[in-house]
Design a protein around this ligand. Structure first.
Ligand code: SF4
Length: 307
C-alpha cells in the first residue's frame, strides 16, 4: 500500500501465470476477480496506481516470446522454483519452465525499475535483470533500452506455508487466503506445524524455528512478538494459546479487508470499470514498448493494426 504512494505503480493480476498448472476455467474467472477485489479491499487505490488483469494486455506474451529468444534453457532450469515445481510433477509443462520469462516481460514491458517481491522471487528478478542486459547488449548496446529492475523487499520477506516446509503457495495447499472466513482461518491455523521439538506443553520451544512465530511478526506488534518468544522459550503457554493470539492479530488486519471486499463484491460494474480502465492505461504503455522493441529488432509490422 505504501509503494503506490512512493512510486508510479502498476499492479497486475497474473492469470497467464495461473494457467501454468491444471485449473478449472470457471474457477479461474472467479479467482481472478477475487484477487482484484482483494487487492482493492487491501488498499490498492485505482486513482493512484494501475490495476489490471495480465491477459487483457496481450503485449505481455508478445514480449515474453521475444525474451525467449535471448534466454538460455540452462538458466531457466537452474531456477529454484522451477526445480521445486518440476520435482512435484510428472509431465512438466513448458509454461512452468518459461514462467520467469513471462515475469521479465511483465516487468520490462513497463520499464519498471523497482519490483516489490518476497525473498523467493529474488532469483527470478535476477534473471529479469540478465534478460534486460542481454537484450540491451544485443539490440541497443549504445543506450540501454530496458532498465535493470531492483528488488524492493518488504519486512516480511518470506511467508512460509502452514506446513512450515515450503512458502505459502496455492498449488501446495498450505495457504491462508486473505478473504477466507474467520472459521476457515482458525481451522487452518489450529493444526498448523510448530516447533517440532515442542511436543508437550511443558517442553520449552525455539520460536525462531516456528512458522507461527514468524506469522506473529507479520501481524502483531513488537511487544506481542516479544511476549510470544518469551512464553515459547519458558514453556509459559501451549501452542494453541499462541495460535489464538496470532488469530486475533490476523483478524485485526483481515476483518476490515474482508468487509471492504464484501462491499466491493456487490458492485460488479465498478470492478469491471476499474479493471477496464487499468487495462487501457497499461495497454498504452505496453503498445509503445512493443512498437519500439519490434522496430529495433527489425520486425516490420504489416497491416492496419497499431502495433
Ligand atoms: S509456542 Fe508459539 S512460537 Fe512457540 S512453538 Fe508453539 S506456536 Fe510456535
Amino acid at each position: 500500500m505504501e509503494v503506490q504512494r512512493r512510486y508510479e505503480s502498476i499492479f497486475c493480476v497474473v492469470d497467464y501465470h495461473a494457467i501454468t498448472i491444471p485449473y478449472d476455467p470457471a474457477d479461474l474467472r472467479v479467482r481472478t476477480r477475487d484477487l482484484a477485489i482483494g487487492l482493492l479491499a487491501a488498499g490498492i487505490d485505482p486513482d493512484a496506481a494501475i490495476l489490471f488483469v495480465q491477459s487483457s494486455v496481450p503485449e505481455h506474451t508478445e514480449l515474453a516470446w521475444i525474451f525467449n529468444t535471448v534466454t538460455a534453457v540452462g538458466e531457466l532450469e537452474r531456477q529454484t522454483q522451477y526445480k521445486d515445481k518440476s520435482s512435484r510433477q510428472e509431465n512438466v509443462l513448458a509454461g512452468i519452465l518459461n514462467y520467469p520469462i513471462l515475469q521479465a516481460a511483465d516487468i520490462l514491458l513497463y520499464h519498471a525499475d523497482t519490483v516489490p517481491v518476497g525473498e523467493d522471487q529474488v532469483q527470478h528478478l535476477e534473471l529479469s535483470r540478465e534478460i534486460a542486459r542481454r537484450w540491451n547488449a544485443r539490440f541497443s548496446p549504445a543506450k540501454p533500452y530496458f532498465p535493470e529492475p531492483a528488488a524492493l523487499l518488504t519486512p516480511t520477506r518470506r511467508i512460509m506455508g502452514l506446513d512450515g516446509a515450503a512458502k505459502m503457495s496455492k498449488s501446495i495447499g498450505n495457504t491462508i487466503g486473505v478473504l477466507e472466513s474467520p472459521t476457515a482461518v482458525w481451522e487452518k491455523l489450529r493444526p498448523a506445524v510448530t516447533d517440532p521439538n515442542r511436543v508437550r506443553k511443558t517442553d520449552p520451544g525455539t520460536p525462531e524455528v516456528c512458522n507461527i512465530y514468524h506469522l506473529h511478526r507479520a501481524f502483531n506488534t513488537p511487544a506481542v512478538v516479544d511476549d510470544v518468544a518469551t512464553k515459547c522459550r519458558n514453556a509459559g503457554w501451549g501452542c494453541i494459546d499462541c495460535k489464538r493470539v496470532l488469530y486475533d492479530g490476523m483478524e485485526t488486519t483481515l476483518a476490515p479487508i474482508r468487509a471492504r471486499a464484501e462491499e466491493l463484491g456487490t458492485e460488479p460494474r465498478r470492478i469491471d470499470q476499474i479493471l477496464g480502465d487499468g487495462a487501457d492505461k497499461a495497454s498504452t504503455i505496453a503498445r509503445k514498448t512493443i512498437a519500439e522493441v519490434k522496430e529495433t529488432m527489425g520486425l516490420k509490422v504489416y497491416g492496419s493494426h497499431d502495433a
